[in-house]
Design a protein around this ligand. Structure first.
Ligand code: ADP
Ligand code: MG
Length: 731
């Protein structure tokens, strides 16, 4: 029996795993149970060690050997009390997944006695073999060694899998020469950069603010399908997306999925991964159906960006693992199915002060409005000036299916601010030429006071097509791909805002030194920024043809493919931005560029191969088998003496089958040749462009067209790949 039918059979027969939604204890009882939070540290650490840990979390002190030794002892005691036997440094290499190498607490003393130990050294630093991780040429010129180093700002946690419990210590991953090889190290640096820049600016208004942390609330979209069906699709297994598949008769048109109830089986899965997440301290808040059939979303309460990034990566892992227990498969790819919506991961971003203020929340009094306006306008200015950097930060093979296609959001980076704030910005702008004076200041304060509270009304009027939207008290970066590590986008966003705030501060300072009153100096620079960044604001339909044309007139970049979008990383501008803010050195920027290009290239390469395999080993042989049956039928009808009209349709069908078989076969062959040509190109950027243009753009859609036609012609009994309607609509 075809694997497809086996999977369909077991879907119908095996009811047992369908409705299990076990009782879980209340969230408040289990939340953070497996996390070494500060209150647990308080219990397990001596005063000195506890104080040292707290100080190092706040960034005011580096942990020394004695303290880390004590922390290690407490950490092990806590972990062992929970049945943990192994520990690992948990890090985020540039492969896009997480990495870990488990070591046992168990060790032998010189006389052979078995003991369990975990010392400060093992906590702080380890030396995994770096050679198997992407490094963009950094490692090649030096040593293969890489180091993982403890990041105390993200708490250690216990990961439960296959009945084993492992103590995971979040770490950064750097080369022997100190260059970062992961997502976390640059993120921590970008957080530092924006903290300093934002505190400097905020102190213009409020001296009590001493620390500012970027916050992130992500919204994870994903698909869930039956595991048996997924396993019968080699493309899903190898590429995370279907490279073939005809659209089902019932697709997204009805949109009955969006507000529909969550299917039982998926609901049971959600409850269980939520339960696991709560134990890991991931504050999940919402779950719902998304637009496409079989598409869902999970979102937590926002957290400081470093923690939020870790939690997102962890959640993706937990989801994959829990899904298996439910015989489901989670698809985190940006575009698992053609013809229906893809998945993104909105990154809601804001800045929070240690005094409890959200800097992007429009306050009630004029004075705090000025604080708000300053950060609001500086962010817009940053996005305007560094749209290319932001675009590069979300570029990936998967995301090209969304950003380059007619789907949310477009590849053009623009900012949506909403009608009321637009008016506020217009007000400010219209004073070009006339300097602000004391009187204006008063009027302005009144104006702002009048218009900002109405903002709440605007919240519901959200423009879903904008890649970067202000949504009431935060910006929402919507162009991030569903499978991405948010750190990539967050490094760029926080760095460009840090840079902009630095420039802003120095311009304001200059004016103040020249004798301008502080508030007026602030307003003058803000006014200048509003004028300068006007072009990036767009409130209309981001998918429309008109916007593409308008954006071109405005000179906004519109890069639809990854290899070109990544060019932003090879500019002087990028090197200056990242190095001056201490986020990446020149070498690191270049290495990132190369790694991203290679990631892209490999994905397209694999997809090309998988297309070839599937077409040659599944689709074409099955189509030929069917063709044979039809041809037999024609011969026999003819032999019994029926007139040609009696089998005209069969003959026509044979012709159509031949055309599609023939063309698919030819194009596969040509694609293989194109890949060979591309593979011989030395320069990685050129190679990536070749893959994009000469392999992907030239052949993928065309091959798919013929294969999908065959799917619609060939007898269902013969077709071995699960169909869209089966994967998307059955559960
Ligand atoms: P929606 O966009 O679905 O209507 P909300 O506006 O309530 O929902 O929030 C969406 C996401 O924004 C949530 O994941 C939430 O955690 C996040 N969020 C809310 N406030 C902030 C903030 N100040 N900083 C970062 N993220 C935030
Ligand atoms: Mg949203």
């Amino acid at each position: 029996m075809l694997i497809r039918f086996k999977a369909l059979d077991s879907l119908v027969e095996n009811e047992s795993y369908r409705h299990i939604a076990p009782e879980f204890p209340p969230i408040t009882e289990i939340f953070g149970e497996n996390v070494f939070t500060l209150d647990k540290a308080r219990k397990y650490l001596h005063d000195e060690a506890y104080k040292g840990l707290v100080q190092s979390i706040r960034g005011s002190r580096k942990l020394d050997r004695t303290i880390s030794g004590q922390v290690a002892v407490g950490l092990r005691a806590w972990a062992q009390s929970k049945g943990v036997t192994h520990y690992t440094h948990w890090f985020q290499p540039l492969t896009g997944t997480t990495a870990e190498k488990h070591d046992s607490f168990f060790t032998l003393k010189s006389d052979g006695t078995a003991i369990e130990e975990f010392d400060g050294g093992a906590l702080i630093q380890q030396e995994p073999d770096a050679s198997s991780f992407p490094n963009g040429g950094i490692r090649a010129t030096f040593e293969a060694r890489g180091y993982t180093a403890w990041d105390p700002t993200s708490p250690a946690f216990i990961y439960e899998a296959a009945n084993g419990r492992t103590l995971c210590i979040p770490t950064i991953f750097v080369s022997y020469t100190g260059e970062s090889l992961d997502y976390k190290a640059p993120l921590l640096k970008a957080i530092d950069a924006i903290n300093k820049a934002a505190v400097d600016v905020a102190n213009l208004f409020d001296k009590n603010i001493t620390r500012i942390a970027p916050t992130l609330g992500w919204e994870q979209e994903y698909f869930v399908i039956d595991e048996g069906l997924a396993n019968a699709r080699p493309d899903l297994i190898q590429c995370g997306r279907t490279v073939f598949g005809a659209s089902p008769a019932k697709g997204q048109q009805l949109e009955d999925h969006y507000f529909g109830s969550i299917p039982q089986r998926v609901y049971a899965f959600m409850r269980e991964f939520e339960y696991e997440s709560y134990k890991l301290g991931i504050p999940l808040r919402t779950r719902h159906n998304e637009v496409a059939p079989a598409q869902f979303e999970a979102a937590p309460i926002f957290e400081e960006v470093n923690i939020a990034v870790d939690h997102n990566i962890l959640l993706m892992d937990v989801m994959n693992r829990v899904a298996r227990r439910h015989k489901l498969k989670v698809l985190l790819h940006e575009k698992p199915f053609a013809g229906i919506n893809g998945s993104g991961k909105h990154n809601n971003w804001s800045l929070a002060t240690d005094t409890g203020i959200n800097l992007l929340s429009p306050g009630k009094t004029p004075k705090t409005n000025l604080l708000f306006l300053t950060f609001f306008i500086n962010t817009i200015k940053a996005v305007h000036d560094y749209a290319d950097i932001l675009r590069a930060s979300i570029a990936s093979a998967g995301n090209d299916h969304r950003l380059g296609a007619n789907e949310a959001p477009p590849a053009i980076i623009s900012v949506f601010v909403g009608q009321h704030l637009r008016e506020v910005l217009n007000d400010i702008e219209q004073r070009v030429g006339e300097d602000f004076d004391e009187q204006d200041e008063a009027i302005l304060k009144l104006d702002l006071h009048r218009s900002i509270p109405e903002l709440l009304l605007d919240n519901t009027d959200r423009n879903r097509t904008s890649p970067f939207a202000f949504t009431g008290n935060k910006f929402e970066f919507r162009a991030v791909g569903s499978s991405a590590n948010c750190a990539n986008a967050m490094v760029s966003l926080n760095t460009i805002v840090a840079e902009t705030l630095k420039r802003f501060k120095s311009e304001v300072d200059t004016l103040i030194e020249e004798g301008t009153k502080k508030e007026i100096a602030v307003m003058q620079v803000l006014q200048k920024y509003v004028v300068e960044s006007k072009d990036v604001i767009f409130e209309g339909d981001g998918y429309s043809q008109e916007w593409e044309q308008e954006a071109e007139r405005r000179g906004l970049p519109n890069l639809k493919t990854t290899p070109l979008a990544l060019d932003a990383l090879s500019t002087e501008k990028a090197v200056k931005l990242f190095s001056e803010n201490g986020v990446y050195t020149q070498r690191e920027v270049h290495a990132r560029h190369e790694i991203e290009l290679e990631n892209f290239l490999k994905k397209v390469q694999i997809e090309g191969r998988v297309m070839g395999d599937l077409a040659l080993n599944h689709v074409i042989p099955e189509a030929i088998r069917y063709q044979q049956i039809v041809a037999d039928n024609v011969c026999k009808l003819k032999a019994v003496g029926l007139p040609e009209t009696a089998y005209a349709s069969q003959v026509e069908l044979l012709g159509r089958l031949s055309v599609h078989i023939e063309t698919a076969y030819q194009k596969i062959h040509e694609m293989v040749e194109a890949r060979k040509v591309a593979n011989n190109i030395e320069d990685v950027r050129e190679r990536a462009i070749m893959y994009d243009r000469e392999v992907k753009a030239r052949y993928f859609d065309e091959i798919r067209y013929h294969v999908d036609k065959l799917e619609q012609l060939v007898d269902d009994e013969i077709w071995s790949l699960p169909k869209y309607r089966e994967m998307l609509l059955l559960r």
